[in-house]
Design a binder for this molecule. Structure first.
Ligand SMILES: [Cu+2]
Length: 137
């Protein structure tokens, strides 16, 4: 192959890589933390988030007030637990205020099944507020 051909292929490869990594916008995952103490994701009957290990994403949460809330005004929360032993994942303790808010997050590096649970006593039904969070390798 000519030198020009090799250089052209290298440049094309570089451009492709830049397109897929360099300037790629993180995925936006939209979640509703609803007034009836349920997480909801549009188009899903049972809310579930699937993400790649270490993937950066934006969690866009719309929160609606339940029957009770925290003194600081947080109306729902979101902590991440490992499904195997329900241990908490460090750094995942989000609190939601009324309305829509964005969180820039990075998925755990350890693949597996997790569960997100609400950390605000938002109603007598609060214990049922959870969603499955799957991290792919
Ligand atoms: Cu809640």
């Amino acid at each position: 192959m000519s030198r020009f051909g090799t250089v052209a292929i290298l440049i094309a490869g570089l451009l492709l890589e830049t397109a897929s990594y360099g300037f790629a916008q993180p995925r936006i995952i939209e979640l509703t933390a609803d007034r009836d103490s349920r997480y909801r994701i549009a188009g899903q009957r049972i809310p579930e988030i699937t993400i790649r290990a270490g993937e950066a994403f934006i969690l866009r949460v719309t929160a609606r007030k339940g029957k009770s809330w925290n003194r600081d005004g947080s109306i729902h929360g979101f902590a991440l637990l490992r499904a195997k032993d329900r241990s908490k994942v460090d750094g995942w303790d989000l609190l939601f205020k009324l309305g829509t808010q964005d969180f820039s997050l990075v998925a755990p590096l350890e693949a597996g099944e997790y569960e997100a649970v609400c950390t605000v006593i938002c109603s007598e039904d609060h214990e049922g507020m959870h969603l499955k969070f799957i991290v792919l390798p």
